[in-house]
Design a protein around this ligand. Structure first.
Ligand code: GLC
Length: 425
């Protein structure tokens, strides 16, 4: 069920932590796509130490970054669980030198820091022997060669009884996650695309999840049974329908990858965030720790930089809703839920004044978020006695420009309204 905390939170941190960081290769996809053999991929189990695993330090950093929640890969498509699952043996507890449950300390650290707890969980499991035992309707007659052997049964070899085994295993793991770690605020599913809703029995699953965790928010990768949309990597230009969260990597990879140094700059990340907040969405910003659990320094630096900006402008971010429609202001904006405050985000250095159009409402005060400095403003093309909103001009002093993105707050006497075609024709 959607919860207010999620809509107000705006920023979460996504963590792809798994054995794929040992060799620094694609998380799970490396063997699925044949870049390495399954055996070589699984040999990474021997190198996964989590020797510097310090979720308290993570949580502290996430908090400083301005995040209100985090989502950790409890199990990626490779099937390797980060907790001591009793449903099979494939966990970092039983199969790696790390030798311990990584989920409990993560949950404790988040709770201590007032961060909401999210679990990523892959519905599909390319390691489970009973997983590739079906085909969904749309692949019924496809030739074997076109269907990946980790995902689908060979022709004529479908085995519904073994699939039922898989479902029992799948449910058992989710039951562990939902009952052994206290309250779970967010279940972030992935990998729902290889089966039909009917095969996964998603509606039944959702009911079970709500029974165990009545307040849990569930993302969309539930074949129609989730609470919000998860556009991935491609930043939405217009807001998706309903609540949403943009998940995105800092460089080009979800997990740690040796060769990937293509980290976005802090300024690019700030901009992306501001643009999503302005459309009413959240951002789930991903980091990929090394196998020992420590973080890539470039990613720590980005989170700290983002945090400087988020904290300074907290008042224009948390608890706000989508701002002005396109055309009224040339940039993103957010507004308070009561519509009495409008926050304007600027990425450029204005020549002297900035302007909004089509906004009706008596302005009480205009100020710079962070410094609080009041700014002079005036309307042109309107008057007290007329209906047309005119254009609101705001003076913008050069010495108030923020290094990443300046935010100006306009306070109104009453809730403002907007008009796209003001005036008589
Ligand atoms: C994709 C990929 C996966 C990644 C996820 C994050 O669905 O399958 O590797 O974890 O995106 O959103």
């Amino acid at each position: 069920m959607m919860q207010d905390w999620f809509l107000d939170a705006k920023l979460g941190i996504f963590i792809h932590h798994g054995i794929y960081a040992v060799d620094g290769i694609d998380e799970s996809w490396a063997f699925f796509n044949g870049k390495v053999s399954y055996e070589d991929y699984m040999a990474q189990l021997d190198g996964f130490t989590a020797s510097k695993y310090d979720p308290d330090a993570w949580a502290d950093l996430f908090k400083r970054a301005g995040a209100r929640y985090a989502v950790l890969t409890t199990k990626h498509h490779d099937g390797v669980a980060l907790w001591d699952t009793k449903a099979n043996d494939l966990s970092v507890v039983k199969k790696t030198p790390a030798g311990r449950d990584l989920i409990t300390p993560y949950v404790d650290a988040l709770r201590k820091n007032d961060l909401r707890v999210g679990f990523y969980f892959s519905q599909l499991d390319w390691s489970h022997p009973d997983y590739a035992t079906l085909r969904p309707e749309r692949h019924k007659d496809d030739p074997d060669e076109s269907l990946n052997r980790f995902a689908y049964a060979r022709k004529g070899k479908e085995d519904p009884a073994r699939w039922e085994n898989f479902l029992r295993f799948h449910r058992a793991q989710l039951k562990e996650l939902c009952t052994e770690f206290g309250k779970v605020d967010l279940l972030w599913f992935d990998g729902d695309w290889e089966r039909d809703e009917r095969q996964f029995k998603m509606k039944e699953l959702r009911d079970e999840l709500h029974f165990m965790q009545p307040e849990v928010v569930i993302n969309s990768r539930m074949l129609g049974y989730g609470d919000y949309a998860t556009p991935e990597q491609g930043q939405p230009v217009v807001a998706p329908d309903g609540p949403w969260e943009f998940c995105v990597t800092i460089n080009d990879s979800w997990g740690y990858q040796v060769q990937d140094k293509n980290h976005k700059s802090t300024r690019q990340i700030v901009r992306m965030c501001a643009e999503c907040f302005g459309l009413g969405g959240n951002v789930l910003l991903d980091i990929g720790p090394y196998e020992d659990g420590s973080l890539q320094p470039e990613q720590t630096e980005r989170l700290e930089g983002l945090g400087r900006w988020m904290n300074k402008h907290a008042d224009a971010i948390y608890g706000t809703v989508a701002g002005l429609p396109a055309g009224l202001f040339y940039g993103p904006s957010t507004q308070s839920k009561d519509g009495k405050e409008l926050n304007l985000f600027f990425f450029d250095r204005p020549i002297d004044q900035v302007v909004t159009r089509g906004i009706k409402g008596k302005v009480k005060r205009v100020s710079v978020v962070g410094s609080g400095r009041e700014l002079a403003h005036r309307r042109i093309g309107s008057a007290d006695w007329c209906e047309v909103p005119g254009n609101l001009y705001i003076d913008f002093p050069a010495d108030e420009v923020d290094q990443d993105c300046t935010v100006v707050k306009v306070e109104f006497e009453e809730s403002f309204s907007t008009s796209l075609s003001p005036g008589r024709s």
